[in-house]
Design a protein around this ligand. Sequence first.
Ligand SMILES: Cc1cc2nc3c(=O)[nH]c(=O)nc-3n(C[C@H](O)[C@H](O)[C@H](O)COP(=O)(O)O)c2cc1C
Length: 211
Amino acid sequence: MKIDIAYFTSTGNTLWLAQRARDLMGAEGHAVRLFDPVAQPGGFANDADLLGILYPVWASTLPDPLQALVQALPRGEGRRLFLLGNCAIFTGDTGMHWKRRIEPRGYDVFFVDHLLMPINVNVPGFNFWPVPPPEEVRAILGRADEKLAEVCAAILSGERRVDGTDLASPHLGSEAPRSAPSTGRPLCGSAPTPWPPIAARAVASACVCVP
Ligand SMILES: Cc1cc2nc3c(=O)[nH]c(=O)nc-3n(C[C@H](O)[C@H](O)[C@H](O)COP(=O)(O)O)c2cc1C
């Protein structure tokens, strides 16, 4: 099977996961191509049988380059697509939010899940979640690696999964801060991305473009 995986990374975590996923799926005999829409626009989803989007959670949503990629997707004609996020603390319903946005384009977003990864940056003046010590980083990466192997096997087996559907997730996820999915209007690419997610609620309406 031809598998296209689009990813965006800011500190390397998603690239690490994308390369591991390529190796794991490649070892099962699949032809996996990775696409970074910033470095290499175009080519994604041309002739692949299965599509994946790997993303870091940014303020409970996708980073702008992946939002742009989603908005530029061709009609899916029923093609299967999986969403795999990674985050430091909490993803909320980020994946489900984007599943709901991608499916009207004709895709079967059959698999939504996320992994916990170590945060790699200490933001000056905002140290609620500092970079963990090395031994904790190793432990987090080990757990992520294990879960990724399980996730890749599940995706290849066609398992359906919907992460972020519990009662709490929507209140801290994408649906809460950007509560305009039903309009289908795109988010502003230039809007500042506030963090943590709860802070995003304050600027929610300002983040929606007027068509
Ligand atoms: C701008 C920004 C916003 C983030 N927002 C969240 C968030 O809402 N929830 C969370 O758990 N982690 C959040 N993180 C942490 C990243 O999701 C996490 O560190 C991820 O593994 C980074 O992947 P990358 O290195 O591929 O960019 C954020 C990181 C950045 C840089």
